[in-house]
Design a protein around this ligand. Structure first.
Ligand code: FMN
Length: 183
């Protein structure tokens, strides 16, 4: 199994990083983590060149993501909740999936994406809902043609109980790792 993880947290040793580490320690197969804060990824500028061809003309680290999507099995979006949403840097990277939306909407093409399963991992300081972040994640998966999406795993109230002390979230991550490791 091959898993692509987009990490939307700015904190190297933060809550999302801990949950990603836990997932990686349990996943079988190959894992590629893209750190959206340090990667060289520009936002989509809606130049619309991808309406005519399956390619993004911006030559940066997203090209590695496009290549990996062609061979991986799972995609995981992992992010802190910022203002009710996934982080700006993760959304910036996700904006570049427009290349696939264009292929689907304007040319009705089959996407060069092998990934079939999607998962969402969220960390949030408070205990409010993270529905908006999850809804957006599902839209992102839709642009990748991924229909098999697991329920979100959320470490809530990290201001009081950080993810490394959140036993429920850790158990959920281990169970997710088992499911993502299956053929
Ligand atoms: C700019 C910003 C916006 C935030 N907005 C929310 C929010 O809307 N809801 C919430 O529960 N926590 C919010 N938080 C708190 C983070 O989600 C929380 O601290 C999270 O555990 C950080 O995860 P990380 O360590 O992986 O970056 C926000 C934090 C920042 C820096």
């Amino acid at each position: 199994m091959k898993t692509l993880i987009l990490n939307g947290s700015p904190r190297k040793n933060g809550d999302t990083a801990f949950l990603i580490e836990t997932l990686c320690s349990q996943l079988t197969g190959e894992v590629k983590v893209i750190d959206c804060y340090s990667a060289n990824i520009s936002p989509c500028t809606d130049c619309r060149s991808c309406r005519g061809q399956l390619a993004c003309c911006i030559d940066d680290d997203m090209q590695k993501v496009y290549s990996y999507l062609a061979e991986c099995d799972n995609v995981v979006l992992a992010s802190p909740v910022h203002y009710g949403e996934m982080s700006a840097m993760l959304l910036k990277a996700a904006s570049r999936f427009q290349v696939y939306s264009s292929a689907l909407i304007f040319r009705h093409e089959k996407l060069p994406i092998s990934a079939k399963r999607g998962a969402v991992i969220l960390s949030q300081g408070g205990s409010g809902g993270a529905e908006m972040a999850y809804d957006t994640a599902r839209l992102v998966f839709q642009s990748l043609g991924i229909k098999d999406i697991f329920p979100a795993i959320c470490s809530k109230a990290t201001d009081t109980i950080p993810a490394d002390r959140d036993e429920k979230a850790q158990a959920d991550i281990i169970s997710l790792a088992n499911r993502l490791s299956q053929e």
